[in-house]
Design a protein around this ligand. Structure first.
Ligand SMILES: Nc1ncnc2c1ncn2[C@@H]1O[C@H](COP(=O)(O)OP(=O)(O)O)[C@@H](O)[C@H]1O
Ligand SMILES: [Mg+2]
Length: 369
């Protein structure tokens, strides 16, 4: 599970919009996604139409009356997309945690012991650099920093990257970060200027995808839906699907894995069927009323008495023994072993001498058998 925080201390730069729509985008590509709302303002929860009493607060707090596990608070949003909701009580957690020794690692501990089959876990952070955001970064291996294409965003991004570096060094925790340009308005020259500055400063740590200004993203949020459920073809949907693809360049979604698995199975079945078609079922029969056991041996089974070569008495006390063997086209020598006596097939006139001075029965397996 890739754990990714979406963080920036600046409010209104597109954290929640990115958290919700990137999660929904990845889910639509077949990845299984959990979104943890770690903002007491609960915008992600509300933006998905979810309002709950028991939330991530009850998972992280030691003082809550309703202690819960992460699995217990999860709300399904759609097929591959689940939410761990938040509410305003979460704002008291920072105070509660301030006396604890491993106060930066609470969420990390919860996620480390969380058994799940999610491909991605996103954490939507509050708009500050307090203990909640630090917990999120400590729990993550990646951070996405949404930056609005506006004049003051560069300084803000520098500040959060400093905090990430601090967490990296102080807590000895490996975490990478990447900037995502949001609310890009291509009608404004100014947007391009800001984009250039961001490109110069963050060079390699910048997503190729740019999220444009799109009113559908706002509309979707107020109707409690991810944008792809609100308007699949709008610019906002396209941008977040593009971001989802960029994030998964080198991995395969489950659906595709399933498709590959299916394809392999189909090829295998075809191969087996082709192999099977090379064989023709041939019936061998012998009249032996007094026999206790009868085997069919020949070129096709190295003349060995095995379980597969044991013939079956037809009906109780019946004198007829028979066996059906799938044989590839071609000629074979064979014999019956009746209670340890090797005999040729009395019903088959085709015979040939063998090197032991005896006689073998002959059979030619062809499409006419
Ligand atoms: N690309 C965008 N185009 C238009 N409006 C956007 C876009 N991204 C975010 N918004 C709107 O801007 C506001 C702030 O975005 P939000 O994602 O809540 O920011 P944050 O979580 O960083 O505070 C919301 O009303 C949201 O609908
Ligand atoms: Mg938010």
């Amino acid at each position: 599970m890739r754990i990714i925080s979406i963080a920036n201390q600046k409010g209104g730069c597109g954290k929640t919009t990115t958290a919700v729509n990137l999660s929904a985008g990845l889910a639509s590509l077949g990845y299984k996604v959990l979104l943890i709302d770690l903002d007491p303002q609960a915008h992600a929860s509300l933006g998905l139409g979810v309002s709950r009493e028991i939330t991530i607060y009850d998972v992280l707090s030691k003082l809550t009356k309703y202690k819960a596990t992460l699995s217990q608070i999860i709300v399904p949003i759609n097929d591959n997309f689940d939410l761990a909701p938040s509410n305003i009580l979460l704002s008291t957690l920072e105070q509660e945690l301030s006396d604890e020794i491993s106060r930066e690692a609470c969420l990390h501990e919860v996620l480390s012991s969380f058994k799940s089959n999610y491909d991605f876990c996103f954490i939507d952070c509050p708009p500050n650099l307090g203990l909640l955001t630090i917990n999120a970064i400590r729990a993550s291996s990646e951070v996405i920093i949404p930056a609005e294409a506006s004049r003051f965003s560069v300084e803000g991004v520098k500040k959060i990257t400093e905090i990430i570096d601090l967490i990296k060094n102080r807590l000895n925790h490996a975490v990478t970060n990447k900037v995502l340009v949001t609310m890009f308005d291509s009608r404004l020259n100014h947007s391009f200027e800001v984009l250039n500055t961001i490109k110069n400063v963050f060079a390699k740590n910048l997503f190729d995808t740019i999220v444009h200004v799109n009113v559908k993203l706002k509309e979707a949020q107020s109707s409690g839906l991810p944008v792809i459920a609100h308007d699949k073809y709008c610019r906002g949907s396209k941008d977040y699907i593009s971001l989802a693809r960029e994030l998964t360049l080198n991995s395969k979604p489950r659906e595709q894995e399933k498709v590959t698995e299916k394809a392999v199975k189909a090829t295998l079945e075809k191969k087996i069927e082709e192999e099977m078609r090379k064989f023709i079922p041939v019936a061998f029969n012998l009249h032996a009323p007094d026999a206790k056991e009868v085997y069919l041996v020949g070129d096709f089974n190295n003349w060995t008495k095995s379980d597969e070569a044991r013939m079956i008495r037809q009906g109780n006390g019946d004198a007829k023994w028979s066996i059906n063997l799938p044989l590839a086209r071609g000629g074979y020598r064979y014999k019956f072993i009746v209670d340890d006596n090797w005999t040729e097939d009395p019903l088959n006139p085709k015979k040939a001498r063998n090197s032991f001075g005896g006689v073998d029965s002959l059979i030619e397996v062809s499409d006419n058998n």
